[in-house]
Design a protein around this ligand. Structure first.
Ligand code: NAD
Ligand code: TYD
Length: 358
């Protein structure tokens, strides 16, 4: 079956990787990207696929109803992978408005436009809308709590998590009320190529390359369940291909690591793999700074439903994935250097200064 797949947020980290994955794995499918190119969007991530004509790129916002409606019709969209979002927790604390606008209102606009488009086409059974979400909607775990699973009650605690939780509820309501073939996935922390350097892993790598301090929030013992982004893309592929509409799938790496351990691993890999560094050993750059307000202590995912139902499991261990990620950042300064604008540097400096002197 040939699909016409719309990937929202396709110039961002995960969706950009998904565009590369889909272009290679499903050569017959038509691919369309809608992206507003916010600070987190980078056309360079998928430029070869746009320039070759493999991907049709539409520059615009998911909140723009007339644009989305026209796009769905013009490109004959049959499937949507919805990843466009404001995604950084720290930014959601300093400025939550954009999170409500994009993550909640934008998801509503997209669902409504897709519903109209799907109804006009006679409600085809095989069309799909995959709403991609996060494990942060489930709140925070204590050290010995069992991992999050599909039945875990929602308890979002940051503005980011609350906005994603709201959008998950909208997606499920559109499935329940209108019969729209919607699926929802909740994934743990991703890492890998094309990750914007405000998130912990790329921030650490680039700060090491520049000899800047590595800020570790609080005591560094907050735990995340890390998943290599290509494994996430494979999971999204399986869900779009074979998931049950109305279903929710938890996706995780079974790789719980405390932040400080993770930063140590990154420092050691950089010491081993980087030809030259301003400060060596890199661990000397680690600085404990003021904690994030409301910082969730631990996330962990039980992905056994996805394994059982759809035969997915992660293929990349955290040791291998981190090594590949470090090698990628070392080989691609052309991708990340242009992101280090004065505005970006000022943002990082202000974050750091605030956390040093709360
Ligand atoms: P990202 O911040 O790297 O990319 C987001 C993309 O969305 C950017 O290209 C940006 O330009 C685009 N965008 C933002 N607002 C838009 C708008 N109004 N209209 C169109 N495009 C817009 O995000 P990411 O980390 O790759 O996350 C992608 C999705 O996956 C998000 O929905 C996020 O909640 C979810 N998720 C992320 C993680 C993670 O670890 N990063 C884990 C689980 C789920
Ligand atoms: P982040 O990459 O922002 O992802 P999320 O908040 O969605 O989990 O942060 C990952 C963890 O790293 C989180 O516990 C906060 C912490 N962190 C730091 O210790 N220092 C930093 O500079 C950043 C950005 C995050």
């Amino acid at each position: 079956m040939t699909r016409s797949l719309l990937i929202t947020g396709g110039a961002g980290f995960i969706a950009g990787n998904l565009v590369h994955h889909w272009a290679a794995a499903h050569p017959a499918d038509r691919l369309v990207v809608l992206d507003a190119l916010t600070y987190a969007g980078n056309r360079a991530t998928i430029a070869p696929l746009i320039d070759s004509g493999r991907v049709a790129f539409v520059h615009g916002s998911i909140t723009d109803g007339p644009l989305v409606t026209a796009l769905l019709a013009d490109h004959g969209i049959t499937h949507v992978a919805h990843l466009a979002a404001e995604s950084h927790v720290d930014r959601s604390i300093s400025g939550p408005g954009a999170f409500l606008d994009t993550n909640i209102h934008g998801t509503f606009v997209l669902l409504e436009a897709f519903r109209t488009h799907w109804t006009a086409a006679g409600s085809p059974d095989h069309w799909r809308f995959l709403h991609v979400s996060t494990d942060e909607v489930f709140g925070s775990l204590e050290p010995h709590d069992p991992a999050f699973h599909e039945g875990t009650p929602y308890a979002p605690r940051s503005p980011y998590a609350a906005s994603k939780a709201a959008s998950d509820h909208l997606a499920r309501a559109w499935q329940h009320t209108y019969g729209l073939p919607v699926l929802v996935s909740n994934c743990s922390n991703n890492y890998g190529p094309y990750h914007f350097p405000e998130k912990l892993i790329p921030l650490t790598l680039i700060n090491i390359l520049l000899g800047r301090p590595i800020p570790v929030y609080g005591d560094g013992q907050n735990v995340r369940d890390w998943l290599f982004v290509e494994d996430h893309c494979r999971a999204l592929d399986r869900i779009l291909e074979a998931g049950t509409p109305g279903g929710t799938y938890c996706i995780g790496g079974c790789n719980e690591v405390a932040n400080l351990d993770l930063v140590h691993q990154l420092c050691d890999l950089m010491d081993e793999l980087a030809p030259e560094l301003p400060v060596r050993p890199s661990r000397g750059l680690i600085r404990f700074v003021a904690d994030r307000p409301g910082h969730d202590r631990r996330y962990a995912i039980d992905a056994s439903l996805l394994q059982r139902e759809l035969g997915w499991q992660p293929q990349v261990t955290v040791a291998e994935g981190l090594r590949r990620t470090v090698a990628w950042y070392l080989a691609h300064p052309d991708w990340w250097r242009p992101l280090l604008s004065d505005t970006y540097a000022a943002y990082l400096d202000s974050q750091y200064a605030q956390r040093l002197n709360p």
